[in-house]
Design a protein around this ligand. Structure first.
Ligand code: OXD
Ligand code: MN
Length: 589
């Protein structure tokens, strides 16, 4: 038992309860210090989990080959009423799930240390910030949470002084008997990622990977926070936040929702190809937003680091990310070079000789699959990003003037479309669909509906969530303009039409100037398209541009037919206002 007792009785009881249930060999309350971090790495190295890299302060970790991504099929929203979880979530009755969890967690931490991680989602002191306590038996989780959140003594002190917190209980689900040697990546075939939105609790069993185990991220900052946001009139979104500055030094902030592994990290720290324009990064994955008394929408990034997809990241695609990970980074499931550095597909054109792959095998190109897992990740502090936005720590947040929705669509969706108004933009968000990536277990490449890029992350009924978005519009509020982008449209030969990456700044520039009413747009049935995009210095054929902006009426009508079917999933919770928007869109086509 911890001694002396904590002042916060909720925390004291939580620790006692989980200790009694999970029977760990000892308890460690994390303070976030350097020495503690060092100790965690010593433990990880000794158990064969990690390798010190030949890169300042950086570590290499390989997961179990069966524990490599978020497990959406084993993710549950356990609201009292099934209807409140809605048709897009797995639901289970809370009392039955609790019984199941008690069974799973009984003695689950035997032979292991139970770590208690006090962490803050958001800058300490912001009105939008919320605290969490993660209890885990994984030192890998501790070192990651130290980067991904503001973790440690300051937060514990705030909690000890009475601040509330969201509890999250995590176990890798592999107890250790004294004679057993630990596995390098302990985990369990049985996995449960469970959320209780009413009592605001998280329980996660069996996985040590990413969003399954770093409970501040998807579990708290999206699934639980979305329900808090609904009840308290704010927004918890799967969005990056970036600042865009024009050559005159004027700056605007944008929030952008893209499904997992669709380039949010790249866009959030784009190095613009157009002279004089600058992009700064507030966050690459999650935005918590609320309208202020002045009617503007303010956003904070609740996280403190990036858990970015490594494959495809290079000096060409994201030079700022490459600089960010030069030191103090954790690399999980990438390939290891002979001189103890990292490599992944897309980093360089040719793979170095004598690579060891993410499964620990000497790798040869061709028959062994990729050297790094497609969902291999780097974990790194956002403070190391060369374009870290100085306002990322501002307790007020940053004012959002533009909201962007995007997905990975090889057909139909034009490069950029501006919505006619807020409700039309909400329809755009609700209509988002994208080709699946390796971020979640599933059928990669299949087109799936992913409204607001929140399909796996909305903690309540998606129909109510659409309504919550509509409800944000009020007379005294300055509603941001809403845009939809698609960087991934392909030509008949399957080649990408748009070069993407740094060139995406041209599209952002158009949005920036639209917000200021400085550039014109062409009215089309689906929304407003650029009359002219700044393409100076970009050698893009006229026919490519035509294809990028083609509004395929027939294709859209088919898409809408399919969308109408999809929206019946939400039954009477699908908002009337969106039905009207959809009918209007149809009649315009
Ligand atoms: C992520 C995801 O890790 O969306 O950010 O899967
Ligand atoms: Mn994400």
């Amino acid at each position: 038992m911890i001694n002396p007792k904590l002042k916060n009785t909720k925390l004291q009881h939580l620790i006692e309860e989980i200790q009694t249930l999970c029977n760990p060999k000892d308890i460690h309350i994390c303070d976030g210090s350097d020495s503690e971090n060092q100790l965690m790495w010593e433990i990880l190295e000794q158990s064969g989990s990690s390798i010190k890299l030949n890169r300042e302060g950086s570590w290499y970790v390989r997961s179990d080959p069966d524990d490599v991504a978020r497990v959406e099929a084993s993710t549950y929203i356990c609201s009292e009423k099934e209807e409140d979880a809605g048709p897009t979530n797995n639901w289970f009755a809370p009392h039955l799930m609790k019984e199941k969890l008690i069974e799973l967690f009984t003695k689950a931490m035997q032979g292991r240390t139970m770590y208690v991680i006090p962490y803050s989602m958001g800058p300490v002191g912001s009105k939008l910030t919320r605290y969490g306590i993660e209890i885990t038996d994984s030192p890998y989780v501790v070192v990651n949470m130290r980067i991904m959140t503001r973790m440690g003594g300051e937060v514990l002190e705030a909690i000890e002084n009475g601040a509330d917190f969201i509890p999250g209980i995590h176990s890798v689900g592999q107890p250790l008997t004294s004679s057993e040697r630990d596995s390098p990546w302990p985990c369990n075939k049985t996995k449960y990622i469970v959320h209780f939105p009413e009592t605001r609790e998280i329980w996660s069993f069996g996985s040590g990977y990413g969003g399954n185990a770093l409970l501040g991220k998807k579990c708290f900052a999206l699934r639980i926070a979305s329900t808090m946001a609904r009840d308290e009139d704010w927004m918890a979104e799967h969005m990056l936040i970036l600042g865009l500055e024009n050559p005159e030094g004027e700056k605007k902030y944008f929030a952008a929702a893209f499904p997992s592994a669709c380039g949010k990290t790249n866009l959030a720290m784009t190095l613009p190809s157009i002279p004089g324009w600058k992009i700064t990064c507030v966050g690459d994955d999650i935005a918590w937003m609320q309208f202020g008394a002045d009617g503007k929408l303010y956003a904070i990034n609740p996280e403190n680091g990036y858990f970015g997809v490594a494959p495809g990241t290079s000096d060409l695609t994201n030079p700022n990310a490459i600089k960010t990970i030069e030191k103090n980074a954790i690399f999980t499931n990438v390939a290891l070079t002979e001189d103890k550095d990292v490599w992944w597909e897309g980093m360089t054109e040719k793979a170095p000789e004598n690579l060891t792959d993410w499964k620990g095998r000497l790798w040869k190109f061709g028959t062994m699959g990729p050297a790094s897992h497609p969902n291999a990740r780097f974990t790194v502090s956002m403070r190391q990003c060369p374009v870290f936005d100085p306002k990322a720590d501002d307790v007020q947040g940053v004012p959002i003037e533009g909201i962007i929705f995007g997905g990975r669509r090889s057909t139909l969706a034009p490069l950029v479309v501006e919505s006619f108004n807020w409700a039309h933009g909400v329809l755009q968000g609700a209509s988002q669909s994208s080709e699946m990536t390796a971020a979640a277990k599933g059928n990669i490449g299949a087109l799936r509906h992913d409204p607001f890029a929140m399909l796996p992350f909305c903690g309540y009924h998606m129909g109510d969530y659409f309504q919550h978005w509509l409800n944000q519009e009020k007379d005294n509020r300055k509603m941001p303009k809403i845009f939809t982008v698609n960087w991934f449209r392909k030509d008949a030969k399957g080649q990408f039409l748009w070069p993407g990456f740094g060139e995406n700044a041209r599209v952002l520039k158009w949005m920036f100037e639209r917000i200021d009413n400085k550039v014109e747009a062409t009215q089309t049935p689906i929304g407003l398209l650029p009359k002219k995009l700044d393409l100076t210095g970009l050698n893009l054929q006229k026919n490519v541009l035509d294809q990028l902006f083609k509004v395929d009426r027939e294709g859209y009508l088919k898409d809408i037919e399919e969308l109408e079917k999809y929206f019946t999933l939400y039954k009477d919770k699908f908002p009337e206002k969106l039905k009207t928007q959809l009918a209007q869109l149809k009649s315009r086509l």
